[in-house]
Design a protein around this ligand. Sequence first.
Ligand SMILES: NC(=O)c1ccc[n+]([C@@H]2O[C@H](COP(=O)([O-])OP(=O)(O)OC[C@H]3O[C@@H](n4cnc5c(N)ncnc54)[C@H](O)[C@@H]3O)[C@@H](O)[C@H]2O)c1
Length: 359
Amino acid sequence: LHFSFGEYNTEVIITREIPQINVIAENFLNSIIIADKNTAYIAEKIRGIHNIPLCILESGEENKNWQSAEKILECAHNKKLGRDGLFLAAGGGVIGDLSGFAASIYKRGCRFALISTTLLGMTDASVGGKTGFDLFDIKNLIGTFYPAEKVFIPADVLITLPQNEWKSGMAELLKTAILSGSGELMDLISANREDLKQFNSEKIDLLLKLIEKAVLFKGCIVSEDPKETGSKRILLNLGHTFGHALESTAGLGKISHGEAVAWGMVRACDLGSSVGITPKERAAEIKELIASFGYSCVYPAELSGNADMLFNAMKNDKKNKSNSLRFIVPDAKGACPVTFDSEKETKLIINILKGGIAQ
Ligand SMILES: NC(=O)c1ccc[n+]([C@@H]2O[C@H](COP(=O)([O-])OP(=O)(O)OC[C@H]3O[C@@H](n4cnc5c(N)ncnc54)[C@H](O)[C@@H]3O)[C@@H](O)[C@H]2O)c1
């Protein structure tokens, strides 16, 4: 698949096996490979016998910070990479976002390619060029737009992905299906729920098809609105205003991104229904689908009494304009943005956060 995101082009190659280094890049000796502890084995396989530095970072959202970005820059500097050098990331969304960010600022921008290793990365994070890291407890506060020139999706590596990470990725796939309305993606997922609850190498063809559809959907949206300045790309944030607030309030890394997004999509349905945008049957259908994959749809008991904290966390969301809160809610065909006055409509939002549907 080929996409053009503003001034950048991205080629996405969906395969089963980990690609060979000479397929990834012609001048592969002029590169560094970035991975985390759990994806280091993939980086080692790619490197093979060649003398390419590996930059192995600590894993997880709690390490999506400046210190990790600096380690990548240090590795490139030690290797004396020029602007024509390649940052090759092998990992999930955290490694991808950090490496893309580091590539975008190293010598004002060097080459960047990505081998995506999580379901979340393969269906969403690897495509579209958002890079960055968390700061001051705010998700992705710092970042750039810097799409990878090539994205490899070797689906076989999902065999080592822990089940909770599979579930986290499935939430972003459900998000894409919801956004694409009642199309083929939704039908395929609905009809194959049991086979999609965990990685199943016998169902790899189904998985490859779903990944391709998700990448195509995201790629097309981002092509139309690469820097989220229009009304298209923002739709990909369905469930994220609520979800990011939950992640931040619980403590970054405590609740997986996907679990938080799934919970956020349920809240988005409640909000959409309460303002007459999400038809009741569609909200019920979406909630049933989310619940059938085992996501928690209720207010997390451990956050009881913290609706105000969640609300304050939402006020930091990057999608907001001053004094307003912006949400994406499902509508009859896909989803649409809605804006609320954060002063006037506090009660409505807090009620939704607590799991109630305001009338
Ligand atoms: N750039 C974007 O457009 C975009 C979109 C969505 C999410 N994100 C970001 O992506 C991040 C979440 O991504 P993620 O869910 O991939 O998290 P992640 O990168 O932290 O990976 C999840 C865990 O799985 C491990 N892992 C990865 N691949 C593995 C494999 N094949 N086998 C064994 N273990 C493996 C990792 O080490 C980590 O512990 C968040 O920071 C989120 O903000 C970015």
